[in-house]
Design a protein around this ligand. Structure first.
Ligand code: F6R
Length: 608
């Protein structure tokens, strides 16, 4: 999704802008641009359809300025083109704006501005902002006042950075629904929509709140609200390692992040297992045992893989704590006038903490008096700040568009929550100990699965040229199948369908043929016999079967098998999922896909 960077300080802004934009490439984009304001006056702009490298190649040596803004665009209004790329300028070329989000009343504003003489040079909603700020930046009006007055006329979501040729001593930024982070340096300041763009330059950051603006100068910043009240913000320290932002010798971020999982799971568990009481210690819930006992239902909200991780979480909570739990796409929940109950606990799941649909679902639940916890990876993100408490994953930054280590850590966090809930209710100390030791064993067991990467690569190459794939699992295996299908389709573009194994005979069995192989989750649990019967039904229709199992099924039931170590039955889905990540990765590589930047997708979806 779109990315913003900005710099103000004693140095030339361009190298930081280009490097910052390159750091944001992983979020997905189709064009890029920069604008700088120099001491000699005027704004210089370069923007191109294509990659940041194309932009860098287009920038002449004399393109210099101590204040600058930059952008990677992911098209929403208008095709990817040089003209539609940001920054956008007003007609006098005094004001330059970069913008993430959507101006919903852009058409209406465009008509009014055109009537006053503005000439539009792009199809974007963002250009409206440049003309609107310029219209308010009249004699004697400070830039921040002009931006504030302009935003008062805007309906929609935005993270923006505004540059003024006449005031190159400042950049004005604002946030409403799309993240803006200030980075504090030594007599220089950075701005980005994502800390990964500025973490090489500073670890001291301030995340703007929705409805907040800031004037950023080389020697500091001032934050204030849309109605001009000053706010007081303390910087926080980014504690993620800088090398998390490099591929570290792996061919892709995705492969690196898959292999990081033993470590990221260890971090999610770190300090949270209480062996004495066979439970989990979760300091951030902000709910004591008495309050937790009053909860009658759990509703989990997330999008995409976060929603599937929530499905695994719901099963863990029901199994270990016997509290009814259900996961729902946040993108649906927010639009259906949901019934919010006082004794339901709402849990929002998000790696980025910035997914707009999930944030809107949290706000809707809270507006109606719901109590909302977050299971979030990014510290200080919008969703984390909006929730009443929660669990941070500590999985480290996830750069690849496809979520892997954050997915696994989310399920581990739910296992901790379910254990905690369970031990407050009726989960016995013996069962608590069973889960605690299974959780401790997970990192080593994940390593065992990862050691099969070469073998899985061979299988992936064999299955990758299929026109489609079916993923099936029963009960605990079904969310694993859904996530496996999602991973395959998003990075390899092979069509994949997930079905409960039990539903196959109620319709989709009609699809089974040698051309449509099935990936079947076959844990050695109480449903093993049922799963083996389903495999027999597929084989009877000449379907190919790749089983992911604890025990190799008979050769007549599966063509190939990937074995995973056994955990406790409740935690088996975590390990069954890891080979499916590798399968998707290696299939995408075999098909020569750009695995870290899959087509049409963005890392964090900050628009509706
Ligand atoms: C899948 C994937 C997406 C995200 C979804 C939610 O691999 O990356 O489906 O899981 O967009 O993102 P977060 O977790 O950042 O809210």
């Amino acid at each position: 999704m779109c990315g913003i960077v900005a710099y103000i300080g004693p140095k030339d802004a361009t190298p930081f802008l280009l490097e910052g934009l390159a750091r944001l490439e992983y979020r997905g984009y189709d064009s890029a641009g920069v604008a700088v304001a120099g001491r000699t006056g005027g704004i210089k702009v370069r923007k191109v359809k294509g990659r940041v490298a194309d932009l860098a190649a287009d920038i002449p040596a004399r393109f210099k300025g101590a204040t600058g803004i930059g952008h990677t665009r992911w098209a929403t209004h208008g095709v990817p083109s040089d003209a539609n790329a940001h920054p956008h300028l007003d007609n006098a070329e005094r004001i330059a704006v970069v913008h993430n989000g959507i101006v919903e009343n852009a058409d209406e504003l465009r008509v009014r501005l055109a009537a006053d003489g503005a000439v539009f040079r792009s199809e974007t909603d963002t250009e409206v902002l440049a003309h609107l700020v310029a219209a308010h930046a009249t004699e004697g009006v400070e830039l921040e006042e002009a931006v504030r007055a302009a935003l008062a006329k805007v309906v929609g979501t935005y993270g923006i950075a505004v540059l003024d040729a006449e005031r190159p001593d400042r950049i004005v930024v604002a946030r409403n629904g799309s993240p803006i982070v200030l980075g504090i340096g030594e007599k220089e300041m950075f701005v980005a929509s994502d800390v990964s763009a500025l973490v090489r330059y500073t670890r001291q950051v301030v995340h703007l709140e929705d409805g907040e603006l800031a004037t950023v100068r080389a020697d500091g910043f001032r934050t204030f609200t849309e109605d001009a009240r000053t706010t007081h913000r303390q910087p926080s320290t980014v504690d993620w390692e800088i090398d998390s932002y490099d591929t570290g010798g792996y061919e892709h971020f995705l492969l690196k992040e898959i292999h990081e999982q033993p470590g990221s799971v260890e971090r999610t568990l770190s300090g949270r297992l209480d062996e004495r009481f066979a439970t989990a210690h979760l300091g951030g819930l902000n709910l004591d045992a008495r309050e937790l006992r009053e909860i009658r239902r759990v509703k989990i909200l997330g999008c995409g893989s976060a929603y599937y991780a929530g499905e695994m979480g719901a099963q863990l909570i029901e199994e270990l704590a016997r509290i009814p739990a259900h996961s729902e796409p946040a993108s649906e929940f927010r639009y259906r006038n949901p019934v919010i109950e006082a004794d339901t606990l709402y849990i929002a799941v998000s790696q980025s903490g910035e997914t707009y649909d999930t944030l809107a679902a949290v706000q809707e639940a809270k507006r109606k008096g719901g109590r909302v916890l977050g299971v979030v990876n990014t510290v200080g993100s919008a969703i984390a700040r909006e929730c009443d408490g929660g669990i941070y994953l500590h999985a480290g930054p996830e750069i690849s568009v496809a979520s892997t280590k954050a997915f696994t850590s989310t399920v581990v966090a739910f296992a901790l929550l379910a254990l905690h809930f369970g031990r407050i209710h009726d989960l016995s100390p013996a069962d608590g100990r069973r889960i605690v030791s299974a959780l401790k064993a997970l990192p080593g067991q994940i390593r065992e699965v990862l050691a099969q990467s070469d073998e899985i690569a061979r299988l992936a190459a064999e299955y990758a040229d299929s026109t489609g794939m079916m993923f099936i699992g029963r009960v605990r295996g079904y969310p694993v199948a859904r996530e496996g299908a999602q991973k395959l389709k998003e990075i390899s573009y092979v069509h994949a369908e997930a079905y409960p194994a039990s539903e196959l005979k109620h319709g989709p069995l009609a699809l089974i043929s040698p051309e449509l192989p099935t990936v079947a989750l076959v844990p050695d649990d109480e449903l093993l016999d049922k799963n083996l019967t389903t495999l027999g039904e597929i084989k009877a229709r000449s379907g190919r079967v790749l089983a992911v199992a604890h025990r190799r099924p008979e050769a007549r039931l599966a063509d190939h098998c990937i074995l995973v170590p056994r955990s406790e039955p409740e935690l088996d889905p975590l390990l069954l999922n890891i080979p499916l990540q590798l399968l998707a990765y290696h299939a995408a590589v075999a098909l020569k896909r750009d695995v870290d930047k899959p087509r049409n997708l963005a890392k964090s979806v900050t628009v509706e």
